[in-house]
Ligand binder design. Structure first.
Ligand SMILES: [Zn+2]
Length: 331
C-alpha cells in the first residue's frame, strides 16, 4: 500500500478503486476566461461539475486523475469547491503544458538567463505543489505532467520535461506525459527521462490510444511504461472501434498489465463559446462514454471482464505503489 494525495486529502492506494487516468474537471485559457467568460465564476459551474462527477461515481468509477497543469487553466480554489461536493477521488497534478515555448514566467528566469539562478526554478515550484500544496489551498499534487506534441523536443518542451523529471527524482511523484503517437514522441520522452535517471515504470505515456500502430506501442511498453488509452470520445482521426480493436490486439499480445483507460474530457471548458457547443461538437466526449459504450465494445471484441478490471483497478494501483516503492528504495 502507499499514500496518494487527492483534492480532499490523503487516501490509501487500496482505496483508489476504479480509476480513469487522464481527465480534467475545468479546462481553459485562464486569461481568456477571466476576461470573457463570467459564467465560469458562477455557482452553477461548480454544481454542474459536481453533478457530472457524481454521475461518474454512480457509474462505478472511484478516482480520476485531473491532469490540468499550468497552461491548461489550473484553478485550485474552484476545483476544491467541486471536489467538496463529490465522493469521487480527484488526484490533481503539477507541471506545465507547452508544445513549444517555455512558460512566460520562466523565459527570463533560470540558469544562464537574465535572472540567473543556479538551479532550474520550475523544479522548486513543482516540488512545492507536491510536498506542501498548491496556492495555499493545502491540496497537494499527486502527479507530474508535461507535454511533447507534433513539433517535437522544442527548447521550452525540453526544459519543462527535464524539470518534471527532476521533481520526480526528488518527490517520487509519478509522471504522465501528453504525447503525439503519430510522431512517436513517446520514444523521445523515454530517452530523455532515462537520461534524467527516471525509472520508466514511473511514466504513463499519454494519448497512446490515438494510434493503431501496435509496433510503436509495444516498443514503449517493452521499456516498462504504462500506456494511456485515454482519449475515448475524441473521434477526429481514429474511431472508437479502432481504439477498442487496438486494445484487444495489445491484450492478445500480452500487454494487458500496461494498459489504462480514460477520456481526456472535462465538465467545463472555454474551448467552445458555450459548454453546450462542446457537447454538440463532441457528443461522446464525456465521463460516461467508457461505461456506456467502450466497455460493451471491449467485451464484444473479446477482452474479458478480468482484463478490463486490470486496466481500471490493478494497473493504476500497481503503478502508484510501484512508483512509491522504487522511491523508498532510493532513499
Ligand atoms: Zn488531457
Amino acid at each position: 500500500m502507499a499514500q496518494i494525495q487527492t483534492a480532499r486529502g490523503t487516501i490509501d492506494t487500496a482505496d483508489l478503486g476504479r480509476v480513469l487516468v487522464h481527465e480534467h474537471v475545468f479546462l481553459m485559457d485562464m486569461e481568456y476566461t477571466f476576461n470573457y467568460r463570467p459564467d465560469f465564476f458562477s455557482e452553477k459551474t461548480i454544481t454542474d461539475a459536481a453533478d457530472r462527477l457524481n454521475e461518474l461515481k454512480a457509474a462505478g468509477i472511484d478516482t480520476i486523475i485531473d491532469l490540468t497543469v499550468l497552461g491548461l487553466g489550473r484553478h485550485m480554489p474552484t476545483l476544491a469547491k467541486a471536489a467538496a461536493l463529490t465522493d469521487l477521488n480527484i488526484i490533481v497534478s503539477t507541471g506545465a503544458y507547452t508544445f513549444d515555448a517555455t512558460p512566460a514566467p520562466f523565459q527570463f528566469y533560470g540558469p544562464g538567463l537574465l535572472k540567473d539562478v543556479p538551479e532550474e526554478p520550475m523544479v522548486a515550484h513543482f516540488v512545492k505543489d507536491i510536498s506542501e500544496g498548491i496556492a495555499d489551498t493545502g491540496i497537494r499534487a499527486g502527479m507530474l505532467k508535461c507535454a511533447i506534441d507534433e513539433p517535437g523536443l522544442k527548447a521550452g518542451v525540453e526544459r519543462v520535461m527535464r524539470a518534471v523529471a527532476k521533481a520526480n527524482r526528488i518527490t517520487g511523484a509519478p509522471i504522465t506525459v501528453h504525447t503525439a503517437p503519430l510522431q512517436e514522441t513517446g520514444l523521445i520522452v523515454q530517452r530523455l527521462m532515462d537520461e534524467e535517471g527516471v525509472d520508466l515504470e514511473d511514466l504513463v505515456v499519454g494519448h497512446c490510444g490515438d494510434t493503431k500502430d501496435v509496433d510503436y506501442l509495444m516498443k514503449l511498453a517493452d521499456r516498462g511504461s504504462i500506456l494511456g488509452m485515454d482519449r475515448f470520445g475524441v473521434e477526429f482521426a481514429i474511431t472508437m472501434q479502432e481504439r477498442v480493436d487496438t486494445i484487444a490486439d495489445m491484450v492478445k499480445r500480452g500487454y494487458v498489465d500496461q494498459l489504462t483507460l480514460s477520456h481526456d474530457c472535462c465538465c467545463w471548458s472555454d474551448f467552445f463559446p458555450e459548454v453546450s457547443d462542446y457537447h454538440a461538437a463532441m457528443p461522446n466526449h464525456n465521463y460516461l462514454h467508457i461505461h456506456n459504450d467502450v466497455i460493451p465494445a471491449l467485451l464484444e471484441a473479446g477482452v474479458g471482464q478480468a482484463d478490463i478490471d486490470k486496466m481500471f483497478v490493478d494497473n493504476p494501483r500497481r503503478y502508484f505503489e510501484g512508483t512509491a516503492k522504487r522511491f523508498a528504495a532510493r532513499h
